[in-house]
Design a protein. Structure first.
Length: 56
């Protein structure tokens, strides 16, 4: 039983790490997508990410 609990905790830890990795990659992707819209020298795109967690 102890091994099962340790296995489940390990699984949850791995899932949490993967979630954080995906969120960071997603943030970088959105920044890159916004920067693509800088097509002319007179156009500047500033990207900020709101980490307050206020929802949509």
């Amino acid at each position: 039983m102890f091994g099962l609990v340790l296995g489940l905790l390990s699984w949850l830890h791995i899932q949490a790490q993967l979630t954080l990795f995906v969120v960071e990659a997603d943030r970088e992707s959105f920044t890159a997508y916004a920067k693509v819209e800088e097509r002319h020298d007179e156009v500047t795109v500033d990207v900020t990410v709101d980490d307050s967690g206020g929802g949509r």
